[in-house]
Design a protein around this ligand. Structure first.
Ligand code: ZN
Length: 165
């Protein structure tokens, strides 16, 4: 990974002690933003830190609940930029609130989402190999109709333990 003139990776960051996976996410975000001339600002860095430590995809409101220093307006704009450069993806998971997750190439695994119909909570689990087999078979069958799957998301709707009471 060669730094471009716009990179700011020589600046000391609070993430320098972060685990390798988190560091890699920060490095990738920095590189992809700098390719289009965008800086890796403190706000964008915080979004990546929050999401990398969260076990689930998050809504904008959840990002802000975790770190109230993030102003709502810039959080929306920063998330939008991070989606544009392919660091995050917007998930529409059987619910009217959008959740954001790392792009599949950054996540490195297929994820199964359980979505609560009442509170929109999302529980993300690594999909079992049998699910991967089903998806691979579906992708093979669709490829015969001149269609290429670029990403897929798997969501199952229901009620979380808190809402079931
Ligand atoms: Zn719920």
């Amino acid at each position: 990974m060669s730094p471009s003139p716009n990179d700011h990776e020589h600046r000391a960051t609070p993430e320098s002690d972060a685990p390798p996976d988190e560091r890699r996410l920060h490095e990738t975000a920095l590189v992809r933003l700098s390719r289009v001339g965008l800086r890796y600002t403190t706000g964008r860095r915080r979004l990546i830190t929050i999401l990398s430590r969260a076990a689930t995809p998050l809504t904008v409101e959840e990002f802000i609940a975790i770190d109230p220093r993030l102003p709502m307006s810039s959080a929306y704009r920063d998330i939008h930029h991070l989606c544009d450069v392919g660091v995050l993806v917007r998930l529409s998971l059987l619910h009217d609130r959008s959740h954001f997750q790392f792009a599949p190439d950054l996540l490195g695994r297929r994820v199964l989402h359980f979505v609560c119909n009442d509170c929109a909570r999302v529980i993300a689990v690594r999909s079992p190999p049998s699910v991967d087999d089903v998806v691979a078979a579906a992708e093979r069958s669709v490829s015969t109709t001149s269609f290429t799957v670029e990403n897929s998301r798997l969501a199952l709707a229901g009620r979380c333990a808190a809402c079931l009471g």
